[in-house]
Design a protein. Structure first.
Lengths: 201, 141
């Protein structure tokens, strides 16, 4: 009788933690994290910190070069050209470009024109200019940009002994509209290695 | 002739020591000009240490600053890995205006940095806001 009771207690003692573990798997825990903080997830793709890091380094390089200061007027007018995404990732390139636009605008060194280029910003700006022209009867004078900014994202994947390395290259060029010359360009690389677990399902 | 246990133990210890030392061979040798031409504008700094382990691993040797594009502050810190193997840390720059108010930057984020054993490297950033006059460099493991 005593042995039976002992076995029952032992079985309950084993089953209870197992049941807790399995029920624990069903719950979803959600917490807020700082996307730019140390708790942000590091993935094999480009995460929020990588975008910010690339943008910070490219903006730092552009400002340090003094290329924007050589425009005939200050602040210079900048048009953002398209961003070519040659990675395997389906990403919105505004994740990079918007950060660069915001940073450059904060410097007060440039104003970014939206009356040319691709995307919904250019369409809305052009329509607004047309509407203003219709309302006032005056042809609006659109300021031609001094510079255009062009960017390209490239991914290179290498795999050795189960370790995969994705190297993402962020290339950027500033072109003087009058001469067509590239007055600044730089690139930054972020390499990420990932190893698939030997046991996984 | 049979080798003595002491000899065997000694040989084993030597092999292990050799393996350990060769495994740590990530140190960096460097050469530079004996009399540097550059004249950095060093910043007198104040340090707050809350992680002694990190402070014993990576040391900030110096901080210097300059101005780029007319009125934008650029800060550069020289970091040294005090250990014999490569170490990865995170760092972040924060900017402060004339009134002591923090200036948020769209690209202000923790960045990952790996420094080889006994090597020194520099990290730098440009304040995109002309109102930035002071900075804080934060390091974390």
């Amino acid at each position: 009788m005593t042995t039976l009771r002992f076995k029952t207690v032992l079985l309950a003692g084993v089953l209870a933690p197992v049941a807790l573990v399995f029920t624990g798997c069903e719950s979803t825990q959600v917490r807020n994290v700082d996307s730019k903080g140390t708790q942000a997830l590091n993935t094999s793709g480009i995460n929020s910190q990588d975008w910010a890091n690339a943008a910070d380094q490219l903006v730092g390089s552009l400002l340090s070069s003094g290329a924007l200061d050589r425009a005939p007027v200050q602040p210079s007018v900048l048009a953002v050209d398209r961003v070519l995404n040659n990675t395997q990732l389906n990403i919105d390139t505004d994740l990079l470009i918007k950060k660069i636009r915001v940073a450059l605008t904060q410097t007060g060194k440039v104003v970014i024109t939206n009356t040319m280029g691709l995307g919904e910003r250019a369409v809305v700006a052009s329509e607004a200019a047309e509407l203003d022209e219709m309302a006032t009867g005056k042809k609006q004078k659109i300021v031609a940009p001094h510079f255009t900014l062009y960017a390209k994202l490239i991914q290179q994947s290498d795999k050795i002994n189960g370790v995969t390395q994705n190297t993402y290259t962020f290339q950027m060029s500033l072109i003087n509209v009058k001469t067509g010359n590239t007055v600044w360009e730089d690139e930054r690389e972020i390499a990420k290695q990932s190893k698939k677990s030997a046991v996984g399902w | 002739m049979k080798p003595s246990p002491r000899l065997l133990t000694g040989s084993l210890a030597a092999v292990v020591a050799l393996l350990v030392l060769s495994g740590c061979a990530t140190n960096v040798n460097s050469v530079q000009r004996a009399q540097p031409v550059a004249t950095p504008n060093y910043v007198s700094d104040k340090r707050v240490i809350t992680d002694n382990t990190l402070a014993r691993t990576v040391r900030v040797n110096s901080v210097n600053q300059t101005t780029v594009s007319g009125n934008l502050l650029k800060v550069q810190a020289t970091l040294e890995n005090l250990k014999n193997d490569a170490r990865t840390i995170r760092y972040k720059f924060e900017w402060i205006d004339q009134d002591g108010m923090s200036i948020g930057s769209p690209n202000e984020t923790w960045k990952v940095l790996t420094i080889m054993g006994r090597d020194t490297t520099t990290v730098s950033t440009v304040a995109v806001n002309p109102r930035a006059v002071d900075f804080t460099l934060k390091l974390s493991e």
